[in-house]
Design a protein. Structure first.
Length: 255
């Protein structure tokens, strides 16, 4: 079989160890695999990068399994001097000819040496960080929406008709009323007085008195829900600090 890469290595990445196999030699030479095992701590991965560099390895392949490959990829990328290939695990398993007694690292190195690895698309570091941030923000928004829905259901189950008289339960007026409920406020008139008239909406049970005033609120406020509903906003703001520059260049991000 034709040899396309003469200086390559395969990495079998696990949770605690990385098995590396280097294949370095001319296309017409019989190359014996050189195998070494490293830990997955940062210092160990730096030793791995040095070991590959000492042997003149230019191309490195690893499987995209779980998240274990990411720190290895990051350290080798930062070290420089390597063309990194992350292969799709399903594709690599489908390549014919694999023997059960051959170590994964050696198998990966041989596949790369003969150009049989289909690389996965890995964006540059800046785009990866931006993607992680936007995905995290999306997850927080979904979490926040779920908590707000849970809060609404809890209030309705307690017959606290806050959503019927306040346009936004998580708005300024809604949060004031919820905080007062959490602090033990039981007087309906006091709770009504916390609402901003501009935010009030829905049916009223009497002149200027929303339906909330007719409800016994003692012991019926979901104490932790308001804090959970506000928490994602703070986490998103903290996570977004210093990320202005990548967002300004978001048009260049793929997809």
């Amino acid at each position: 079989m034709e040899v396309l890469v003469t200086r390559c290595a395969g990495l079998d990445v696990h949770k605690k160890t990385v098995v590396a196999c280097a294949l370095v030699g001319a296309a017409d030479a019989v190359v014996e695999p050189e195998v070494a095992t490293f830990g997955t701590m940062t210092a160990d991965l730096e030793r791995l990068a040095g070991w590959l560099a000492e042997r003149g390895v230019a191309d490195v392949v690893m499987e995209a399994t779980g998240v274990y490959w990411k720190p290895v990829h990051n350290v080798l990328e930062r070290h420089g001097g390597f063309r990194l290939v992350v292969g799709n695990a399903e594709h690599l398993k489908a390549v014919p000819g694999r023997k059960t007694d051959v170590k994964d690292a050696v198998w990966l190195a041989r596949l790369l040496r003969h150009g049989l690895v289909r690389p996965s698309f890995i964006p540059d570091r800046e785009q990866r960080e931006l993607r992680e941030l936007t995905r995290y923000r999306t997850a927080l928004i979904r979490e926040r929406a779920s908590e707000i829905n849970r809060l609404q259901k809890t209030l309705e189950a307690a017959n606290i008709k806050l959503a019927a008289v306040i346009s936004d339960v998580t708005g300024v007026s809604g949060q004031k009323i919820l905080d007062a409920l959490v602090d033990g406020e039981e007087d309906p008139g006091t709770l009504v007085g916390l609402a901003d008239p501009e935010e009030a909406s829905g049916p009223r049970t009497g002149p200027g008195r929303p339906a909330l005033a007719d409800v016994d609120v003692r012991g019926q406020a979901p104490a932790a829900a308001p804090a959970r509903a506000r928490r994602p906003d703070r986490r998103v703001r903290r996570g977004g600090r210093g990320a202005d520059a990548p967002f300004r260049r978001r048009d260049r991000a793929p997809g």
